[in-house]
Ligand binder design. Sequence first.
Ligand code: DGL
Length: 259
Amino acid sequence: MKIALFDSGIGGLSVLHHAMKVLPREQFVFFADEDHVPYGTKTREQVLAFVAEAFDFLMTQDVKAIVTACNTATSVAAAEMRRRYDIPIIGMEPAAKKALDLDGRHRVLVTATPITVRGRKMDVLIEKVDKAHLVDRLPLPELVNFAERQEFESPAVSEYLRRQLAPFDFSRYSALVLGCTHFNYFKDTMRRILPPHVQLIDGNEGTIRELVRRLRERGQLEDLPQSVDYFYSGRRVTDAAELARLQRYMQRLDRMYVI
Ligand code: DGL
């Protein structure tokens, strides 16, 4: 059986990219909801409906687990999807705990989509892990559109990030959390803007660690030739130009991996 990874768009490729390194003998289904991206600026009701449709589709694809490789979809719909389906559904939430555990004295800036930043799930997380009130939150919705357009290092990207990050005095911060999987494509630009002591923290490692734990617990790890089937909103991607587009994202992620 296969492992599904689901995102509103191509952000989830960053989670797939890591999963393929950790699980070289598994077969994957990657679902990007390209018809409906971005999610982060829509209503919770709309996002729940999109996620439900995607999960209904994925359940027809012989999958043993679904990784919701999207903080926004997790925030809105993971609990409801777990009620509906009895396979492991691994969610993602901004890695605020990881960032606080690394330092615990300086401030942490959690970036995400507007839905994730304002969501109840985020309030609960912060209440639980941020006893010293060190976390600030910042929505960066434009990065999702830039990433979908494969615009990673343009002057417009740098300007947008500089403007959004300008109000923060980073001498007081130890980390910036990438709380949206689309943001992983901008690690190099962020690195150029932020002082070197500010660490960039994403949630990919923790998410895949949890996936492995759940599959091992169920005796469901496989030993097969690795493969990935790509879908855009339920349509199998077979077009060479589209597959090349996806490969370009994966190549960029190779470069972002070490930053
Ligand atoms: N990649 C998604 C996330 O991790 C959402 C981006 C969007 O569709 O707005 O939050």
